[in-house]
Design a protein around this ligand. Structure first.
Ligand code: PRX
Length: 647
């Protein structure tokens, strides 16, 4: 917790879209009359047929239903591309910076239009129709943007799967979304190393019931890949056959735009469904106000398009606003640890949006790799994905931003579609470590375990009391699960799964997840997923996974494993289990620490007491609380004695 307060620089309050008075006024108006506020802001996008109804939402138990602008029709690709052509056809839409610093290119809005149309025509030529799901498993190359916008253009629903996920994870997402078509690349390229994307799709194919219908392969590295006749086609061959013109299909405001799988506390990842108009309005307005976007700004969000941040703030929000958005294929440390700052200088980036984990890892190398670059173009910094500790915040502010650039610490989730709690750079005094105040239209509340709304300064569970246009609409194919996950904990409120403190100034301080979700380097992971990967190994009898504080990743993955009778713990087995989980889920799920345990602490009814495991992993075994209800209290002593060293 930090007591420091940074005032809004006057240059910012003078020129920003919102100073504090304006924020207060707009916020009050948005809460007092959401219909009116969102009715006006819906006009920031083009409509084929204007809406007459703005908000039709209910969080009522058993009847959750969320609709915005429900009788309007529009098209997201039209709004992100076509409508800019008259005024900014020759303006850069996307700056692409390759993994290799010698490779970069710019794509104007006119070029983007042609590329999106071609991609859309290729999809159509392969039978994709409105409403069909298309899985996209691509690296950070412009074709990822073309493919997503192409889906939007023809009304197909994209499901982007992060390139770091394993064939198994990919297969279950293809199957759950029932995608007949997968778009991939021969290989990805990150930090000078190739990622075998096409090969992973081939392996996934064997795990998908009935196999994948069509695989469209973009050539990225030129690496040698096997193409299966009748199923696999090269994108460049297909693109050469189609026209660069494709009409944007008229979509209802509530037609699905995309699915994005995310981890929860139970079961397999769920397909978060976002729809067309509300999502676009919300990502556009937040991109404008939170990043104080003005024409001509060069904006860079370092996320991968495989995550929601990439969807909302590399692609849809910025392009809806006619911005220039930078897309980076590589990693912060290649070819040197100065890469981020070199890219900022190379492309004269004004706004830079990244994750705390990147800041913390770069901090470790000291100031010199930053200070040797100019960064004179930078005006604003952003943070997303996990709580930013005040020390990292201060370093980001002082070293990267030369004390000149405000930091917007943006709190949101895959489910929320866009940013919900955040400073506005011209309006909000900053406190390092606090996401500060709600965005327009957002009604956060803090509740205690019984569901009582807490007032004033307090700490508890964070809920949102009313809908906003960017909110997810359902879990794909399972509306009941949507209601159970988000609306059953507290009646009539959206439960975020996060804890938060609110201070006397009304500022929110997100304290992290209160459920069995952990946040590793800004990547969200369900402990249950890692557990089921571990128990799938023949030597493992039981596994329990918890998070523990990690200096760079924010949280690390700590796994307690009991072995089958006859198996004995060894370093080799430990390594094998780590490799096994990587293979099952992907590298982001690799356990950092594995403790072999003869038994896990269980209640007499057999429930694993995760609270105890969490405390031991956090080295807080003085605070284990009551262990007398355990079936065998002695297991705890063994767990403490053999706990894994964090350093
Ligand atoms: O715990 C919160 C954390 O990330 C979770 C959402 O993860 P995901 O759906 O993958 O989306 C990440 C990018 C929006 C939240 O429940 N989180 C995200 N941003 C912040 C954060 N925690 C603290 N501060 C943030 N700024």
């Amino acid at each position: 917790m930090s007591e420091t307060i940074y005032d809004v620089p006057s240059a910012w309050s003078d020129k920003a879209w919102a100073n504090d008075a304006r924020y207060q006024e707009m916020y009050a108006a948005s809460i007092k009359d959401p219909e009116k506020f969102w009715g006006e802001h819906g006009k920031r996008i083009d409509w084929f047929k204007p809406y007459t109804r703005v908000k039709n939402t209910s969080f009522e138990p058993g009847k959750v239903s969320i609709k915005w602008y429900e009788d309007g029709t529009t098209n997201v690709a039209h709004n992100c591309v076509d409508r800019h052509l008259a005024k900014r056809g020759d303006q850069t839409a996307i700056i692409w910076e390759g993994d290799n610093p010698a490779e970069s290119k710019v794509i104007t809005y006119r070029e983007l239009h042609a590329e999106v149309c071609k991609f859309a025509n290729v999809l159509k030529a392969h039978g994709v129709e409105k409403g069909d799901r298309v899985t996209i498993y691509l690296p950070m190359i412009p074709e990822a943007a073309y493919a997503m916008l192409a889906c939007a253009r023809i009304g197909a629903v994209h499901s982007v799967v992060f390139g770091g996920f394993s064939p198994d994870s990919l297969a279950s997402r293809i199957e759950d979304s029932d995608s007949k078509i997968v778009v991939t690349a021969d290989e990805g390229l990150r930090g000078g190393r190739t990622v075998p994307l096409k090969k992973n799709v081939d392996s996934a194919n064997d795990k998908v019931k009935g196999g994948i219908g069509t695989v469209i392969v973009v050539r990225r590295t030129g690496g040698n890949v096997a193409m299966q006749a009748g199923r696999d086609v090269w994108y460049h061959d297909e693109a050469a056959k189609v026209s660069a013109d494709c009409p944007a299909v008229e979509m209802n405001a509530e037609d699905p735009l995309f699915l994005l799988y995310t981890s929860g506390s139970t079961g397999k990842p769920k397909g978060v469904l976002h729809t067309t108009a509300g999502y676009l309005v919300y990502t556009a307005i937040t991109h404008q106000y939170v990043f104080d976007y003005h024409d001509g700004d060069i904006y860079w969000c370092t996320a991968d398009v495989g995550w929601v941040t990439g969807h909302s703030y590399i692609l849809y929000g910025p392009l809806a606003n006619g911005a220039t958005t930078l897309m980076f294929e590589g990693i912060p440390t290649y070819p040197s640890i100065s890469r981020f700052w070199e890219v900022i200088d190379k492309h004269k980036v004004n706004t830079f949006y990244t994750a705390p984990t990147a800041i913390r890892s770069l901090m470790g190398a000291g100031e010199e790799p930053v200070k040797k670059t100019s960064r004179a173009s930078l005006r604003l910094l952003g943070s997303v994905g996990e709580p930013i500790n005040p020390e990292a915040w201060e370093w980001y502010h002082r070293v990267v931003g030369d004390r000149r650039c405000p930091i917007v610490d943006t709190w949101w989730q895959t489910e929320t579609g866009g940013i919900l709690i955040t400073p506005l750079p011209g309006a909000t005094r900053l406190k390092p470590g606090s996401a500060t105040r709600p965005f327009f239209g957002i009604r956060p509340e803090i509740l205690d375990a019984e569901g009582k709304v807490l007032e004033g300064a307090c700490e508890g569970n964070l809920v949102i009391a009313d809908s906003w246009p960017g909110q997810m609409r359902t879990v794909y194919g399972d509306h009941q699960r949507f209601m159970d996950t988000y609306f059953a904990t507290y009646a009539n409120k959206y439960f975020t799964g996060d804890g938060s403190r609110r201070d006397a100034d009304g500022y929110y301080w997100i304290t992290g997840r209160v459920d069995d979700v952990i946040n590793v380097s800004g990547h969200r992971m369900g402990t249950a997923e890692v557990e089921s990967a571990l128990v799938a190994h023949p030597s493992v009898s039981e596994a329990a996974v918890v998070g523990y504080p990690h200096d760079i990743k924010g949280q690390g993955i700590y796994a307690y494993v009991t072995l089958m009778t006859g198996e004995s713990p060894s370093e080799d087995l430990r390594k094998e289990l780590v490799a096994y989980v990587r293979n099952e889920i992907g590298p982001i799920a690799s356990p950092d620490l594995i403790q072999f345990a003869p038994g896990l602490p269980k209640t007499r009814s057999g429930k694993i007491m995760r609270r105890i495991l969490r405390k031991i992993a956090e080295d807080e075994f003085g605070a284990l609380g009551d262990t007398s209800t355990l079936a065998d209290p002695a297991v705890v002593d063994d767990l403490i004695e053999n706990r894994q060293n964090k350093r």
